[in-house]
Design a protein. Structure first.
Length: 315
């Protein structure tokens, strides 16, 4: 039994030492956020604000030359006009054609070439560099070179076709039937180096023991390719498919430099239509509406591709 005199007096709440609000951990956290604040400010100003402002502009009519005071809210009129615009449908059709052709052909060619280069062929480093140089080169330089190659009368391509007996070779960039095809050939060739490098990186992660075991079991090269290489390259293929799909919907520089969307809008695409409406016709509201439709298309296609590849991986 403890007497009252023997009890230890506990300190009251009033007598307890108060913990300082501005202690060392909070000072360090504040310093960290202070150093990060310029990055977040730049993201807000250069990233978040333009996106939200373009969404607002898609419901407005705004002549860029007239300044901010000329912005007029018109509701869904831009979207109604968009789906009545023949040029928009032409650009959408060309964009889908460009995507459907360039993405699979480019990936298949890159996969075949990467497997051949990875098989320790003579001059392996040279081929890697040779294929990668177009990807890191200036689009203006590539466009100038291909413009000379595609010249209707003096270009090496048509000169070669004439020697083969083709009496009337295509005019390529100046022909409504071949202008988009000409752009697609350049785009596939220019992106090939990047895709090859990524595929080779994926191939180096496949253990050699799997191929050695397959050789011991008598599997042919084609069987090893379809049973070992392709399945284990699925994550790499998925990454390249999604990034290439997104890039195909954002093609602009080659078209702006080589054809300007022509002739007769035969090579125009959605991004070029955005540029044309926004910075040539100064219809920023209509250009913003096209950009948001493009955003929804890219998001839907990317999500669909991801779901399909994820489902096939589980199967």
């Amino acid at each position: 039994m403890i007497n009252n005199s023997e009890r230890v007096a506990l300190p009251s709440s009033a007598s307890r030492p108060k913990r300082a609000f501005w202690n060392q951990p909070r000072k360090e956290a504040f310093a960290g956020w202070l150093f990060l604040s310029p990055v977040y400010v730049c993201i807000l100003i250069l990233g978040v604000f333009p996106v939200l402002f373009s969404l607002f502009l898609s419901f407005c009519q705004w002549n860029l030359v007239g300044g901010l005071s000329s912005i007029k809210v018109i509701g869904l009129d831009n979207y109604k006009l968009l789906f009545e615009d023949d040029k928009f449908y032409m650009a959408l059709k060309n964009n889908l054609t460009y995507t459907v052709i360039t993405v699979p052909i480019g990936l298949v060619l890159a996969l075949i070439l990467s497997v051949l280069i990875h098989a320790r062929v003579f001059g392996q480093s040279y081929f890697k560099i040779a294929f990668f140089i177009p990807y890191i080169s200036s689009i203006t330089a590539l466009g100038a070179i291909w413009s000379a190659l595609y010249h209707p009368s003096l270009g090496p391509i048509n000169q070669f076709l004439l020697r083969l007996g083709v009496s009337n070779p295509p005019k390529w960039l100046a022909d409504t039937h071949y202008s988009l095809t000409s752009i697609m050939i350049i785009a596939i060739w220019a992106a090939l180096g990047y895709q090859i490098i990524i595929f080779i990186a994926g191939l180096t992660n496949i253990p050699d023991e799997l191929y050695e075991a397959a050789n011991m079991d008598g599997a042919s090269s084609f069987q090893q390719f379809f049973r070992i290489t392709l399945p284990l390259l699925a994550p790499t293929t998925s990454f390249l498919t999604i990034t290439t799909l997104m890039s195909s919907f954002k093609v602009f520089d080659l078209i702006a430099f080589l054809t300007g969307g022509g002739p007769n809008d035969s090579s125009t695409v959605l991004v070029y239509r955005i540029y044309e409406e926004g910075f040539q016709n100064f219809r920023m509201g209509y250009a913003s509406a096209i950009s948001w439709v493009l955003f929804l298309i890219i998001g839907f296609v990317t999500l669909l591709t991801y779901r399909l590849q994820k489902q096939s991986a589980y199967e």
